[in-house]
Write a protein that binds this ligand. Structure first.
Ligand code: H79
Length: 476
């Protein structure tokens, strides 16, 4: 078909073939996972950079800053909403808020202990607020004296201590940096009570470039050069910034640490992976790389009276639910102004860790469920499906897995150290697995199904999705 005597047509055909080849190479059209590869870098570069993050699946978010001092109350009044927003919600003038620095002396802070808590929970990375919207740097910054070393009696740099502890324990340290909102700065976004012009500012570029050059970019440079290799930079709330400004926040990371990842909240979808909405879990499998940042109670920064702790069942379900839909879970703790992670958080993380030590194989490096129906939450590795049993079949002791066309080569429990085979009975479009009389795990018993090659699923288009049928969805 490409043989043609006519030289003109031949040239056109050759051009079309060349264009097609170029399109295939540039687009790297393989799986949705890689669909977002940028033209200016090869897909394998992106895959190489993302590899640790795709394996990790579970990270610790830490919100720690001056807001831990008032811990949710201002002048005796409880301030509603998330704790780290207290300055905004109570419209605290900058000179008053600055006084909190003089009271911030977290003498009980122990970096090794924090990292051990994350590690024992099975978390593989820690993302901590180097600067939140209040503008206070929790690291030693030369860009402004408004930082933990120069403005508090504590006088230590906890980020340095955390970087060293993470290196000792094999976790990745990552930094949250509020790039657009900075309530301490007249030229940044957010503080409309001290700077009334902020409310009506029309031109997003007005002043913001100055703030970027004076504070934000120098500080991003500091967090990328003072603490060794950083896993990722977690930008947040790109309110009102321009594409060009977002691009500068990307470029500085690429320049200083080319392997450092960037989340999508840098703005204009420029990051390496997508941040879901706060506490938002998608209803179905979401293709590509994404992460749900989530609270363990109802606040990110410590609030003394927020005791609405999520249960271990709920947290474990959320971890599995997120991984089964293709995401990572970034679960937050809010340490106190003394430097202590609240006991209620530590207790829950320890319980998740106990589950992870038995069942981690069904989380780390896993792909999403092959089922659209989500009757059970499932995670996958090549040739394997991990079925997560949250609702133990206490009455008939039978686990039923519908719409599975392939035959199961071997089934066993992750809770069984000997991996003894379970019976597998074919019943029409389902396989039925008789289970032990008592649930091996009180929260989630994981059944491994092994196949020759990739399992084939056959779900009728009419089969309802989990939102209609799965009892565990009620646990959201
Ligand atoms: O760092 C945590 C939050 O502080 C931050 N993202 C997570 C990871 C965050 N920034 N903004 N938001 C969350 C939501 C903002 C909600 C707002 Fe409002 C609605 C800002 C103004 C209106 C709620 C109501 C907060 C103040 C008033």
């Amino acid at each position: 078909m490409f043989v043609n005597d006519n030289a003109g047509t031949n040239g056109i055909v050759r051009l079309i073939v060349l264009l097609l080849l170029a399109a295939i190479t540039a687009g790297c059209a393989q799986t949705p996972q890689h669909a977002k590869c940028e033209q200016r870098e090869s897909c394998s570069d992106k895959d190489r950079r993302m590899a640790w993050w795709r394996e990790a699946k579970f990270g610790m978010f830490i919100h720690w800053g001056l807001y831990a001092v008032p811990q949710g109350r201002w002048k005796g009044e409880p301030i509603p909403g998330i704790g780290e927003w207290i300055m905004y919600r109570a419209e605290i003038p900058i000179p008053e808020y600055e006084q909190l620095a003089k009271q911030f002396n977290p003498v009980k802070f122990n970096a090794d202990e924090w990292v051990r808590i994350a590690k024992d929970a099975g978390m593989k990375y820690i993302t901590i607020t180097s600067k939140h919207h209040d503008g206070f740097a929790m690291f030693h910054s030369k860009a402004t004296p408004y930082n933990i070393v120069d403005a508090t009696p504590f006088g230590r740099d906890p980020m340095k201590e955390l970087a060293e502890a993470c290196r000792r324990h094999g976790l990745r340290l990552c930094f949250y940096y509020s790039h657009a909102q900075d309530w301490h700065e007249p030229d940044a976004v957010g503080n409309h009570w001290d700077f009334p012009k902020e409310k009506g500012r029309k031109d997003p570029k007005e002043g913001f470039d100055d703030y970027m050059d004076r504070k934000a970019l120098p500080q991003v440079r500091e967090i990328l050069t003072q603490y060794g290799p950083i896993g990722l930079i977690w930008y947040d709330t790109p309110f009102r910034i321009t594409k060009q400004q977002s691009e500068r926040f990307v470029e500085i990371v690429r320049e200083l640490q080319p392997d450092c990842l960037i989340n999508s909240r840098v703005g204009f979808d420029l990051g390496d992976y997508g941040s879901e909405g706060d506490n938002r879990i998608p209803d179905a499998v979401r293709p590509g790389d994404w992460e749900t940042p989530a609270t363990i109670n109802d606040t990110w920064g410590f609030k003394a009276y927020d005791r609405n702790w999520k249960s271990v069942d709920d947290l474990t379900f959320k971890l599995v639910d997120i991984v089964s839909k293709g995401g990572n879970y970034l679960l937050n703790v809010g340490p106190t102004a003394e430097g202590v992670i609240p006991k209620a958080s530590v207790d829950r993380l320890r319980a998740i860790g106990k589950w992870m030590r038995v069942n981690g194989e069904s989380i780390y490096g896993c792909g999403p469920t092959p089922f659209r129906t989500l009757i059970h939450r499932c995670t996958t590795k090549p040739g394997k499906i991990y079925v997560h049993v949250f609702e133990y079949p206490v009455v008939d002791k039978k686990l039923v897995i519908r719409y599975l066309k392939s035959d199961v080569k071997k089934a066993y429990l992750l809770a069984d150290p000997w991996r003894r085979s379970l019976d597998v009975i074919r019943e029409g479009d389902a396989v039925v697995i008789p289970m032990p009389d008592t649930a091996p795990d009180p929260v989630d018993t994981v059944v491994v199904l092994e196949f020759d090659g990739q399992p084939v699923i056959d779900e009728p288009a009419s089969a309802p999705t989990a939102s209609a049928v799965a009892p565990e969805l009620k646990r959201h």
